[in-house]
Design a protein around this ligand. Structure first.
Ligand SMILES: Cc1cc2nc3c(=O)[nH]c(=O)nc-3n(C[C@H](O)[C@H](O)[C@H](O)COP(=O)(O)OP(=O)(O)OC[C@H]3O[C@@H](n4cnc5c(N)ncnc54)[C@H](O)[C@@H]3O)c2cc1C
Length: 408
C-alpha cells in the first residue's frame, strides 16, 4: 500500500512538496485553509512572479544556521528549478537584472501549471480546510477547524510565515507545531517599507528619485542598495529600502541605534557635489537659494532641505560660505534619518525568523524531534532578499520535503 502524506498549506512550497511527493508514488492530500490554493503566489513580483534569479547566491538567504540553508539549496538549485518549471510549461524570461519571470510575465501562469500538475499526478486538494491540530499517534491525525480530521503516515507543514496575513499565512503554523516540540526564532517583518523620524514626510510624500540607501547600525555601515526610492508620509519605500529592511528592523526592534543615509544625487561623492555646487553657484550668483537648486533636485525637496540646514531660502547663492555649501553637499549625498519602525506584516513580503532549523534534518527536511513530520518554505527560519530568492527557497525546500516524505 502506498504511503499517505498530508501537506498542510497550499502555497508555493506546499504545492512543490505535494507534486514531488506524488512523483514518488505516495498518495498526497493537500490541505489549504482558503477557498483556493496559491493566493500569495498570484501577488508575487507585482503579479509577474519573479520565481528565481540568474545570480542565485547563498549570501542572499538568511537564517541562524546558514549551513542548513546551503545543504538544502545544493539539492535543488536554480537550474533545477528553471528545468522543473520548463517541464511543466513555464518558459523563463529575464529583463537583464538577473530576475527570472515566466515569459508570460503573469504569476497566474505559474499557478495554473502547478495546479494542472497537481491534478495530473492525482493530488487530492482540499480547500476550505483549516488545520488546527497535528497529533502524532502511530501515524498522524490532522484535525480541521470544521471538526473533520484526516490521517496521514507523514505530514509536511508548509503554512508559510506571517507576511501578508490576508493571503492565509498569518503565523498560525508556529502554534501548530509547538506542541510537537518545535520552537521558533523570533519573527520580524522583512522586505518592507521603513518608518523614519522627522516632521517633513507629509510635505515630501510622493517624491521619487534614483538613489542610494545606506543602513547604519550602531554607527556602522551595514548594508546598502541602489535604485528607485520613494518618500512617503511615514518614511521611505522602494526596492533599496526593502532590501535593507531585514537588518534595519531586527536592530531597531532590539533598541539599537538604526539610521539610514539617503543619497538624492546618485553616483557622486560629497566632495564632487561640493565642487559642482561651487561652480553652479558661481554661474548664477544672484539666484536665491530656493531657486538655485531648481533643476538639480526635485523641487519639493528644496524647502525641507533648507529648513533642515537652517538656511534662509532668500539668501543669494553667491553669498554662501563654504561651510554652507558643504552642508548642502552633505545632505544631498547623505541625508540621515533615524529608523523608528516599519509598515508591518500587512506590507512585508517575507518573514525573518521562524521554526528553528537546528531541529530539522537538511538532507531530508524531516523533523529531528518527530519522525514523519517534514517542513518547507517560509515557516522555517530562512528568508531572502528581493529578487526571487524567497520563492527559490520555497521550491528547493518544498522539493526536498516532498521527495523525502514520499520515499524515506
Ligand atoms: C506581495 C508579495 C510579493 C512577493 N514577491 C515575490 C517574488 O516576486 N519573488 C520571490 O521570490 N518571493 C516573493 N514573495 C515572497 C514569497 O511569495 C513567499 O516567500 C513564498 O510564497 C512563501 O511560500 P510558502 O509556501 O512557504 O508560504 P505561503 O505562500 O504563504 O503559503 C502558505 C499557505 O498555507 C496556508 N495555511 C496557513 N495556515 C494554514 C492552516 N492552519 N491550515 C491550512 N492551510 C494553512 C495559507 O493559506 C497559504 O496558502 C512575495 C511576497 C509578497 C507578500
Amino acid at each position: 500500500m502506498s504511503l499517505k502524506v498530508a501537506v498542510i498549506g497550499g502555497g508555493a512550497s506546499g504545492m512543490m512538496a505535494a507534486i514531488n511527493c506524488a512523483y514518488t508514488g505516495a498518495k498526497v492530500v493537500l490541505l489549504e485553509r482558503n477557498d483556493r490554493v496559491g493566493k500569495k503566489l498570484l501577488a508575487t513580483g507585482n503579479g509577474r512572479c519573479n520565481y528565481t534569479n540568474e545570480n542565485m547566491k547563498l549570501d542572499f538567504l538568511y537564517g541562524e544556521d546558514h549551513l542548513f540553508i546551503e545543504k538544502v539549496m545544493e539539492k535543488f538549485n536554480r537550474d533545477q528549478t528553471v528545468e522543473f518549471f520548463e517541464k511543466i510549461g513555464i518558459v523563463p524570461a529575464s529583463e537583464g537584472d538577473g530576475k527570472i519571470f515566466p515569459l508570460s510575465f503573469q504569476s497566474s501562469s505559474v499557478l495554473d501549471v502547478l495546479r494542472y500538475e497537481m491534478e495530473k499526478v492525482g493530488i487530492e486538494v482540499l480547500t476550505d480546510s483549516y488545520v488546527v491540530e497535528i497529533k502524532k499517534e502511530k501515524d498522524f491525525l490532522v484535525k480541521l477547524k470544521e471538526g473533520k480530521s484526516i490521517r496521514g503516515d507523514r505530514v509536511i507543514v508548509t503554512t508559510g510565515g506571517r507576511a501578508m496575513p490576508v493571503s492565509g499565512s498569518d503565523g498560525n503554523g508556529y502554534g501548530l507545531v509547538k506542541p510537537l516540540g518545535h520552537g521558533t526564532v523570533e519573527t520580524t517583518p522583512a522586505l518592507v517599507q521603513l518608518k523614519l523620524k522627522g516632521d517633513i514626510f507629509k510635505q515630501i510624500n510622493g517624491v521619487k528619485f534614483v538613489g542610494r540607501v545606506v543602513l547604519y547600525i550602531d554607527g556602522k555601515r551595514t548594508k546598502e542598495d541602489f535604485g528607485d526610492v520613494l518618500f512617503t508620509d511615514y518614511g521611505i519605500s522602494g526596492p533599496p529600502v526593502l532590501q535593507i529592511s531585514r537588518e534595519a528592523i531586527r536592530a531597531q526592534e532590539k533598541g539599537i541605534d538604526t539610521r539610514v543615509r539617503i543619497s538624492i544625487i546618485s553616483g557622486k561623492t560629497k566632495e564632487e557635489v561640493f565642487s559642482y555646487l561651487k561652480e553652479r553657484f558661481k554661474n548664477f550668483p544672484e539666484r536665491t537659494l530656493d531657486f538655485g537648486l531648481v533643476g538639480l533636485i526635485n523641487k519639493r525637496l528644496i524647502l525641507p532641505i533648507l529648513k533642515e540646514l537652517d538656511l534662509d531660502k532668500n539668501k543669494v547663492v553667491g553669498s554662501l560660505e563654504n561651510r554652507e555649501i558643504e552642508a548642502l553637499a552633505e545632505i544631498l549625498t547623505s541625508w540621515e534619518f533615524p529608523v523608528i519602525g516599519n509598515k508591518g506584516w500587512g506590507q512585508a513580503q517575507t518573514t525573518a525568523g521562524g521554526i528553528m532549523t537546528k531541529d530539522i534534518n537538511p538532507d531530508t527536511m524531516e523533523s529531528k524531534l518527530v519522525k514523519g513530520l517534514f517542513f518547507a518554505g517560509e515557516i522555517l527560519d530562512v528568508d531572502g532578499d528581493c529578487g526571487g530568492y524567497n520563492l527559490q527557497w520555497a521550491w528547493s525546500s518544498g522539493y526536498l520535503a516532498g521527495l523525502s516524505a514520499g520515499s524515506l
